[in-house]
Design a protein around this ligand. Structure first.
Ligand code: ZN
Ligand code: ZN
Length: 225
């Protein structure tokens, strides 16, 4: 009864095209769902997931390895994947689990082993206030449920003093929790974020490196635009 009243008051509509959906609990109509496909990984760099040029990644050739592998589930430049990305950042619960399922699917398709810890990328205080919640943590938790892997929010964002005093710019740096981060020692960890942003992921990984993780990988919903 409650369900049918809810259906009358809030008829389920496709997130993308607003077409009426046959039942509650679905996010997209069949047509839009078809556009929510996993991004191909063959033509992409094994390290940073960037597109390869003549089989090489210009970005990764000359820099040290910080993250062994970065993987994204979808290309979210337009259509339903972009709509889903925006919904993740608004913390919509059903969207978080849908995105996490796609991420898990991509991870397993790539035959990546399950990690010991999932670590969400930190949001700034301002980002959390804006949305009223830590959507990175929620995304990591949704993924943790699928993988049965614990989530450890070890990273926070700190004011970047050096950048401020040397360049006069405001900015933040990811910092690892000094007392808690010992748990990553000799463990495989996976950084989790809605969007694959190479610099942010590398900065987060660098903050955790002093705690001797065995391997750091990253899993995101959207590939870099
Ligand atoms: Zn639709
Ligand atoms: Zn690369």
């Amino acid at each position: 009864m409650v369900c049918s009243i809810k259906a009358i008051l809030y008829p389920p509509l496709c997130l993308e095209c607003s077409q009426l959906l046959p039942k509650q609990g679905t996010l997209f109509c069949t047509l839009c769902l078809e556009q929510l496909t996993l991004v191909e990984t063959v033509e992409r760099c094994r390290r940073c997931f960037g597109e390869l040029h003549k089989g090489r990644c210009e970005r990764c050739i000359h820099r040290p390895v910080v993250i062994a592998r970065q993987i994204a589930a979808c290309e979210a430049t337009m259509g339903p994947p972009l709509t889903l990305l925006k919904a993740i950042c608004r913390g919509r619960k059903e969207c978080l689990s849908a995105a996490a399922s796609l991420m898990a699917y991509q991870w397993l398709k790539e035959k990546m082993p399950l990690p010991d810890w999932l670590i969400p990328l930190p949001l700034s205080f301002w980002q959390k206030q804006q949305q009223g919640l830590d959507y990175n943590l929620h995304l990591a938790s949704a993924l943790g449920k699928i993988f049965s892997v614990p989530v450890a929010p070890l990273l926070t964002k700190k004011f970047d003093r050096e950048r401020f005093f040397t360049q006069g710019e405001f900015g933040t740096l990811p910092m690892a929790h000094a007392k808690k981060s010992g748990i990553v020692c000799d463990r495989r960890i996976v950084l989790v974020a809605p969007q694959l942003e190479d610099l942010r992921l590398r900065a987060a990984a660098s903050a955790l490196q002093p705690f001797f993780p065995m391997q750091i990988d990253a899993l995101c919903f959207a590939a870099a635009g």
